[in-house]
Design a protein around this ligand. Structure first.
Ligand code: WQD
Length: 324
C-alpha cells in the first residue's frame, strides 16, 4: 500500500516508517523537522518537508493519493503542556483537524493515530486496560483524548476508519542500528540517562525515592519503539480487514522502576552515570503499566524487544555511536 507517515522523521515515526518499508509498503514522510531529523529519512522513502499547520501544503502532499495515513506529528511533553497549552492546542488539535480534513478531501479513509496512556490519568486499577476511565491529568493527555473523540465522529459521519494506539512509555532504538537520529532535548528517563552515560549531560535527577514501590522509585511500562512499530502495521491490517475502528493499548504489560533502568544502564554502558536523588515530580503516579491483552487478542501483537536488556542496550548502541 501507499502510506503517508506524518511525523515520520521523528523518534517513533522513523521506527514506524522502517517497519512499513520492511513490510514492502511505499512510504512517503511529511515532516517539518521541528523535532525530527532528515537523518531519519531512509533510502527508498519519499520525503516532503512541510508543516501540518500549512493546510494547502498538507493537502497538496495528500493529493498524490495514499491508501492510508499514519499520524505521529504532535507535541508530546506532558510537563510542557501544562505551561504552554496554547502550543498543544495549535499543534495537536488544529494540526490534527487539518490532517483529518485534508484526508477526507483527498480520499484517504484509513488512519493510524499515535495516542497515549496519558489519556487515562491517575490509575484507578492496574494493569490499565482500555475500559479504564479516561481522566487525563495533563493538557497533553487531554489533546490526545479529544482527538480520539473527533476520530469517533469522523468515523460515524464520514466512514474514516482509525486505530488509536495508546502508547505507554516508548523507548529503545532499532536493533539493527538503522535509525541514526537522536531525540533533541529529551525529557524521558532512558534518553536522559543515556545522555549522561555518553557525556552529553553531567548527571540526572531521580524524581522521588519514597513511592510505595519495591525500591521506592517510579514504575512505568516501557515499550520498545520497534514493538510499537509492529503494532502500527498490525493495527492498519486489522482496520483494513474489518472495516472498523479500534482503540487499543500498546504496552509491554511489565513495570520497570527508575533504579532498575539505572542499574541496567550502568552495567551495559560501563559508565558511572551519576544520579541525584530528589523529591517527587508533580503529577507522577507511583506505578503505571498496561494490560496489552486486547492488542494480543485482536492483533496478535506480541512485544519482542521490550525487556530491560534490549531497551537499554539498543539505546546505548545509538548514543555510543554518536559520541565516539
Ligand atoms: C518515567 C519515570 C519519572 C525523568 C511521559 C508522558 C507520557 C508519555 C511518556 C507521550 C517516572 C522518572 C524521569 C528524569 C526521573 N509521553 N524520571 N528522572 O512521565 O512516565 O510519561 O512520557 O506519550 O504521556 O507523561 O515518562 O520518562 O518522564 O518518566 O526520575 O529525569 O522516570 O519520575 O517515574 P512519564 P518519563
Amino acid at each position: 500500500m501507499k502510506i503517508l507517515i506524518v511525523g515520520g522523521a521523528g523518534y517513533i515515526g522513523s521506527h514506524v516508517a522502517r517497519e512499513f518499508l520492511d513490510a514492502g509498503h511505499a512510504v512517503t514522510v511529511y515532516d517539518n523537522l521541528s523535532t525530527g531529523t532528515v537523518e531519519n529519512i531512509f533510502p527508498g522513502e519519499e520525503f516532503v518537508e512541510g508543516d501540518i499547520l500549512d493546510y494547502p501544503a498538507l493537502r497538496g502532499a495528500m493529493a498524490k493519493g495514499f491508501d492510508a495515513l499514519v499520524h505521529l506529528a504532535a507535541a508530546k511533553a506532558a510537563g510542557e503542556s501544562m505551561l504552554k497549552p496554547e502550543k498543544y492546542s495549535l499543534q495537536n488539535l488544529n494540526g490534527t483537524v487539518n490532517i483529518l480534513n485534508a484526508a477526507l478531501e483527498t480520499g484517504i479513509r484509513k488512519l493510524v493515530f499515535s495516542s497515549s496512556a496519558a489519556t487515562y490519568g491517575e490509575p484507578r486499577y492496574l494493569p490499565i486496560d482500555e475500559k479504564h476511565p479516561t481522566e487525563p491529568e495533563n493538557y497533553y493527555g487531554f489533546t490526545k483524548l479529544e482527538i480520539e473523540r473527533i476520530l469517533a465522529w469522523y468515523d460515524r459521519l464520514k466512514g474514516l476508519r482509525y486505530a488509536a494506539l495508546r502508547y505507554f512509555n516508548a523507548a529503545g532504538y532499532d536493533p539493527q542500528g538503522r535509525v541514526r537520529g537522536l531525540e533533541k532535548n529529551p525529557a524521558n528517563l532512558i534518553p536522559v540517562i543515556m545522555e549522561v552515560a555518553a557525556g552529553m549531560r553531567p548527571d540526572f535527577q531521580v524524581f522521588g525515592t519514597d513511592y510505595p514501590t519495591p525500591d521506592g522509585t517510579g514504575v512505568r511500562d516501557y515499550v520498545h519503539v520497534s514493538d510499537l512499530a509492529s503494532g502500527h502495521l498490525a493495527a492498519l491490517e486489522w482496520i483494513t480487514r474489518n472495516d472498523r475502528s479500534l482503540v487499543v493499548n500498546l504496552g509491554s504489560g511489565q513495570g520497570l522502576s527508575v533504579l532498575e533502568i539505572l542499574e541496567a544502564a550502568r552495567r551495559i554502558s560501563g559508565k558511572p552515570i551519576p544520579a541525584k536523588m530528589v523529591g517527587r515530580r508533580a503529577g507522577d503516579p507511583a506505578r503505571l503499566y498496561a494490560s496489552a491483552a486486547l492488542a494480543r487478542e485482536l492483533l496478535g501483537w506480541e512485544t519482542r524487544h521490550s525487556d530491560v536488556e534490549s531497551l537499554v542496550r539498543t539505546t546505548w548502541d545509538a548514543y555510543r555511536a554518536r559520541t565516539h
